[in-house]
Design a protein around this ligand. Structure first.
Ligand code: NZQ
Ligand code: ZN
Length: 384
């Protein structure tokens, strides 16, 4: 296992009815910019709960953050924040709203003209305003990590920024808020969390049995609880288990001391930037291809995953590794999510376009840095 340091400054408040905790979690003197999305919180009662918990606080609102949060929207929110001298940001919604809030928080402390600079060079991030979150969509792990992913349509880019200053100070996770998710968003969340675990687990053996077992526990939980959520959206027990699994999938803990392979995410971000498909849909397309092309390099972990997670004991490692790829794709499809480009009307030419985009930025991917843009094109051609 490699050396590591781990510190998570986010306080998690988990459980049905916990939104009331906002009244004490947000400092009384804070001037709050409350950021939210396209209206889901108005329809499911979350907005009212937040308003009631913050009835003694000063709150300014910014709504309309779109999925795959857009840079220009963040800039607009930044103007509102400055005009109203807000010093605390409260994100209420899914990962997009949380990510927008985090980016705005860092941008508010940046002196340069163009906050996109922070995406290009994370060293320019020095501090950020405090962000609190009420999460309504389990998927991204944004509630307990220092990541933000921002899209900029004008240059067809979707880029991640990771910095310790971006951890929320607290996140409230009430599983009851997730019962109004559409089947599409519920499935997306399960797949996103699943892929986050896979990208920290399906690499090569790193003599880290605890991290492996923790990763397997999250995958097994998603495989068991995910279908329950799909079958019965009101099943609060399953909703809670999926929510906590998704948080644990990307709060950094299973990734300490082990290699990561974020190729599926990087490829997925390009597909979303170019064709607008949902984040999880892009992953469901990309990851089976990454595994197919890198199957030999990943064979030991793919086989371990097949044996321990899918219960395919007794198979030799080569056959088990093949089965692992097939089982995973079947799982995604069982949740109703397409796994090929064609299912999203994306032409096979996407393979070269994505490769070209990555090549322009000099991006090379994979735990062995062996996934060059040419290999990315090969991966996507398999997904036609
Ligand atoms: O905008 P509103 O009206 O709120 O509706 C949203 C949105 O349309 C809706 N929704 C959210 N909670 C709901 C609900 N609808 C009904 N009931 C509820 N309780 O769901 C739609 C999608 O929301 P969004 O926030 O976009 O989804 P998600 O949480 O999957 O976030 C995706 C974004 O996060 C990024 C993705 O790339 C993408 O931009 N990621 C962020 C990461 C991070 N910060 O660590 C890591 C991930 O890998 C990912 O890249
Ligand atoms: Zn993701």
């Amino acid at each position: 296992m490699d050396a590591f340091s781990y510190r998570c400054p986010t306080r998690i408040i988990f459980g049905v009815g916990q939104i009331v905790a906002l009244s004490i979690e947000v400092p009384a003197a804070a001037r709050i910019l409350m950021v939210h999305g396209g209206g889901s919180i108005m329809r499911n009662g979350v907005y009212d709960q937040v308003q009631s918990a913050l009835s003694r606080h000063q709150v300014v609102e910014f709504d309309g953050i779109r999925p795959n949060p857009e840079y220009e929207d963040c800039r607009e929110a930044l103007e509102v924040l400055k005009e109203s001298s807000c010093d605390f940001i409260l994100a209420v919604g899914g990962g997009s709203v949380l990510d927008a809030a985090k980016f705005i928080a860092a941008a508010a402390c940046y002196d340069g003209e163009e906050p996109w600079d922070l995406i290009e060079d994370r060293n320019l991030v020095t501090e950020a305003l405090p962000v609190g979150a009420v999460l309504t969509l389990p998927a991204t792990g944004s509630e307990m990590n220092g990541n933000t992913v921002i899209s900029r349509a004008a240059i067809t880019q979707k880029r991640a920024l990771c910095h310790p200053a971006l951890y929320p100070v607290f996140s409230i996770l009430d599983p009851a808020t997730t019962t109004t998710l559409s089947p599409r968003q519920s499935a997306n969340g399960i797949i996103d969390a699943f892929v986050h675990v896979c990208e920290q687990y399906v690499t090569y053996p790193a003599e880290a049995p605890l991290q492996d077992r923790q990763a397997e526990a999250i995958l097994l939980t998603l495989i068991e609880e995910g279908p329950k959520v799909m079958a019965d959206p009101e099943n609060l027990t399953a909703r809670a288990n999926v929510m906590w699994a998704a948080t644990n999938a990307l709060n950094g803990l299973i990734g300490v001391g082990v290699p990561g392979d974020w190729a599926s995410h990087q490829i997925g971000h390009e597909l979303t930037a170019l064709y607008g498909i949902d984040h999880a849909q892009s992953l469901a397309v990309a990851m089976p291809g990454v595994w197919e092309v890198c199957r030999e390099a990943k064979q030991a972990k793919l086989a371990q995953y097949a044996w321990r997670v899918w219960g395919l004991h007794g198979l030799g490692s080569e056959v088990a590794a093949r089965q692992a790829v097939a089982r995973t794709e079947d799982f995604f499809r069982s949740l109703g999510v397409g796994t090929t480009l064609a299912e999203y009307d994306i032409p096979v030419e996407a393979a070269d376009l994505v490769a070209q985009h990555l090549s322009q930025r000099g991006v090379v991917l994979g735990e062995h840095q062996s996934i060059t843009p040419e290999v990315v094109a090969e991966i996507l051609r398999l997904r036609a």
